[in-house]
Design a protein around this ligand. Structure first.
Ligand code: BGC
Length: 767
């Protein structure tokens, strides 16, 4: 019935566009000239109100991330006052909204439908920070493809992802949504995600347009406090924070979202330098830019003026679409009359929004991904679940494994303890809209699935996630309630200790809940919540070996756990297949291979902390107490776990770094080689990392920078030679004049298992 209707409306749309001189078939084989002609033809028929309407993006359904929601959506749709809707999914609602736009508005312009599809749609993958720990671009790209296929099945054609903000401060809750601290790795991931979503041709029915966010530098928020001011040097911006956004442009991303923060004193949403000079003129971005949630209105809070003033500023800066706040809708016509914006500025923004719809093939078929028959298949499939399990396994990072306690034997008695051990609601992590927590696999179920009746599994909850009333109230502000156990804390601990005493080994499943990271979830204390640490202390006193399974949306401070737990497996928030994937790794069906992409500090006082820091004029070498050095008097400079770190059940040894040349000139290239040997008992995967240092230059350079990596699999005793080709592109940096070039001199090539454990060799390179 619905399909028939869709076909009729699609035919009607096609007839309409033939009527205005456009052949829908030619449109799908779009060339820029054809698109220009099409959009110009359409715009010549639009009133000023209809043009401004295209710039209006409204949220429907529950307010997601702000206190404002749009009203009167159906009426506005009829009047052509809406260009897109986000926050809803499902062909029923989306089909109806598209019907109104296509049948009841004057020009029948199709709507875009956006959603925060961040790490999966129905099938939920690990949170992005976890996904980045796979260092596997194939898996990452495929996860975006699966998400796009599921989301298009429910009418979505635009996703607010990838988030590519570099973050070096784990207090910031949104570090969970990004790919960590490194610009080079972040760039590879940005490209993989855009390709996975857009699938090479956005007119395909299973492709969505990516929306790269948050442009720009959002992760540099002062003090890690959400939505806070960002103030950084241009060199740092260009060298460390901007590359992933640029990589996404190069990969063909269709849209960008401006960020909430200021850049050089001007909020991103009204920043002409950012949205026009950098993004469009320097980088050649051809898509459109949408604001973040009510970010245009919030320009008033930043102190830029009233709604009319800030709306005009944002449009003039290069912002094309206004999310939720309707400042454009309410004021741009008035501003045009008063000469505060020009017709050309409104036309340009409208053109970009229409072009996006054209690139998605929506003019050819406004219903291309609104098909209830396809929607039925958008459910979690066995194939997608299997893939989610594989991705989750690859994302886990083994932080400690004393005495090779892991993998566990599938026998004996195992005490499974902790507030996250028998839990479904916290498995999926932050930013999950369509994923159903009830369909996720709990840790206890996963362990039972994997060990069957071979081992005796005992369970005790041990504690709630937190007993801190403020944290509790803030973290569980929206949505699902924490599944609290009403018993007194001591009673739960006593039960857990008694359970541990009956077992051969304790598996403690602890850490952060999903909503302790993500948007509006900055923390000043990044320990495991106190209640859970008290539980761990009581368990440690039993003397039983303890394997800690850690859930976290950010690097946490774990010095106590590192000292007292026998093993620590970091599982982030693993997604739908959480329990199965965790059990696979605990019991050795999969040998962990993840490597952290954000440094774990020893103490929150060390943040921001990242491997690619500068040397300073008074470097500290961590070789004992010293005076007048760049250090702390109460803690080492080094992190607890450095960038790129992660253990395996096997061990790898690295040989010396061999260079094919040590004296080079101009555009010559060289090969750096290292022999890696599996010296342990298990087959395993290793991520071999290449860093380069540039010790003498015209500006102070980072001590080292990641330039490449290779993933290899080795059987016990097996050796492999791993080679990297190095070119002058690997030596380039932004100098004091922001010129991107390399300077002659000495370079040090470092290859190793993480950023602070490498073998090195030096070379000279002349211009
Ligand atoms: C977030 C964005 C998100 C948007 C729409 C905002 O508050 O910062 O990341 O895409 O809401 O939900």
């Amino acid at each position: 019935m619905k399909t028939c209707l869709s076909i009729k409306v699609a035919a009607f749309a096609a007839a309409f566009f033939i009527l205005i001189g456009i052949n829908s078939e030619a449109q799908t084989k779009s060339s820029d000239a054809k698109m220009d002609a099409f959009v110009s033809g359409l715009m010549s028929k639009m009133t000023i109100d209809e043009k401004i309407g295209q710039l209006n993006l409204v949220v429907s359904g529950p307010a997601l991330t702000g206190s404002t929601v749009n009203t009167g959506v159906a009426e506005k749709l009829k009047k052509g006052e809406i260009g897109g809707i986000f926050g809803v999914y499902g062909t029923n609602f989306i089909g109806k909204a598209q019907d109104i736009a296509m049948k009841q508005s004057r020009l029948h312009i199709p709507l875009k439908f956006g959603l925060d599809v961040i790490h999966g749609h129905r099938t939920i993958f690990p949170i992005p920070l976890g996904m980045s720990a796979t260092w596997d671009m194939g898996l990452i790209q495929r996860s975006a493809r699966v998400a796009a296929t599921e989301a298009t099945g429910e009418g979505i054609n635009w996703v607010f992802s990838p988030m590519v903000d570099i973050a070096r401060d784990p207090r910031w809750g949104r570090i969970s949504e990004g790919n960590g601290e490194d610009p080079w790795l972040g760039s590879q991931i940005a490209k993989a995600m855009v390709k996975g979503y857009q699938n090479g041709d956005m007119t395909k029915s299973d492709a969505v347009m990516a929306c790269v966010k948050h442009f720009a530098l959002y992760g540099g928020a002062e003090a890690g406090r959400e939505y806070n001011t960002v103030d950084m040097s241009l060199i740092k911006m260009y060298q460390d924070y901007l590359p992933p956004y640029k990589a996404a442009v190069d990969a063909g991303a269709g849209s960008f979202m401006s960020s909430f923060n200021t850049i050089n004193g001007v909020p991103a949403t009204a920043n002409h330098w950012l949205l026009t000079d950098l993004l469009r003129k320097q980088w050649g971005f051809k898509g459109f830019v949408v604001s973040d949630y009510t970010a245009v209105n919030e320009l008033s809070n930043h102190g830029l003026g009233d709604l009319q003033t800030v709306s005009a500023l944002a449009l003039k800066a290069g912002l094309d679409m206004d999310m939720v706040g309707e400042g454009f809708l309410a004021t741009l016509k008035k501003s045009l009359k008063e000469g505060k914006v020009t017709q050309a500025e409104i036309d340009l923004a409208c053109r970009r929004v229409l072009e996006a719809k054209y690139k998605l093939g929506l003019f050819a078929d406004p219903y291309k991904s609104i098909n209830p028959d396809v929607e039925k298949k958008a459910e979690l499939t066995d194939e997608n679940r299997k893939f989610a399990r594989e991705v989750a396994e690859h994302s886990f990072v083994l932080l400690k494994n004393k005495g090779q306690i892991l993998p566990l034997k599938k026998s004996g008695t195992i005490a499974l303890i902790g507030p996250l051990a028998d839990n479904h609601s916290e498995m999926l992590g932050t930013w999950v809209i369509a994923g159903d927590p009830k369909k996720s696999v709990s840790v206890i179920d996963g362990i039972k699935n994997v060990v069957g009746s071979n081992a005796n599994i005992l369970y005790a909850r041990g504690s709630n996630i937190t007993d801190d009333s403020l944290l509790n109230a803030r973290a569980w502000f929206f949505g699902m309630r924490q599944e609290r156990d009403k018993r007194p804390a001591q009673e739960m601990i006593d039960e857990a200790v008694a359970t541990a005493q009956k077992a051969d080994v304790v598996v403690a499943v602890v850490g952060e809940s999903a909503n302790m990271s993500g948007e509006s979830a900055s923390r000043s204390d990044i320990n495991i919540p106190e209640t859970q640490r008290t539980l761990l202390k009581a368990l440690a006193k039993t003397g039983k070996p303890i394997v800690m399974v850690l859930f976290n949306g950010r690097p946490l401070t774990l010095p106590w756990e590192d000292e007292h737990m026998d093993a620590i497996l970091d599982v982030w928030a693993p997604g739908t297949e959480a329990g199965n994937a965790i059990a696979d790794v605990l019991f050795g069906n999969y040998n962990p291979s993840g490597k952290i992409t954000a440094t774990f500090p020893r103490s929150v006082g060390q943040v921001p902390i990242y491997y690619a820091h500068k040397n300073t004029g008074r470097p500290f070498d961590d070789k004992g107490a010293a005076k007048f050095k760049s250090d702390y008097i109460d803690i080492a400079n080094s992190p607890l776990y450095p960038f790129g770190y992660g253990l395996s059940y096997t061990t790898f040894s690295y040989g010396d770094v061999k260079l094919s040349k040590t004296r080079l000139k101009g555009d010559e290239t060289l090969t750096a080689t290292v022999m890696v040997t599996n010296t342990g008992k298990y087959a395993g995967e290793e991520t071999v990392q290449l860093y380069i240092s540039d010790p003498v230059a015209s500006i102070s350079r980072s001590v080292e920078e990641l330039k490449d990596f290779k993933k290899i699999t080795l059987q016990p005793g097996e050796q492999k030679e791993v080679s990297f080709r190095i070119t002058t592109a690997d030596l380039k940096f932004y100098n004091a004049n922001l010129k991107y070039d390399w300077e002659p001199g000495e370079f040090i090539v470092r290859i190793g298992t993480n950023s602070s454990d490498t073998h090195s060799a030096a070379l000279q390179w002349k211009k």
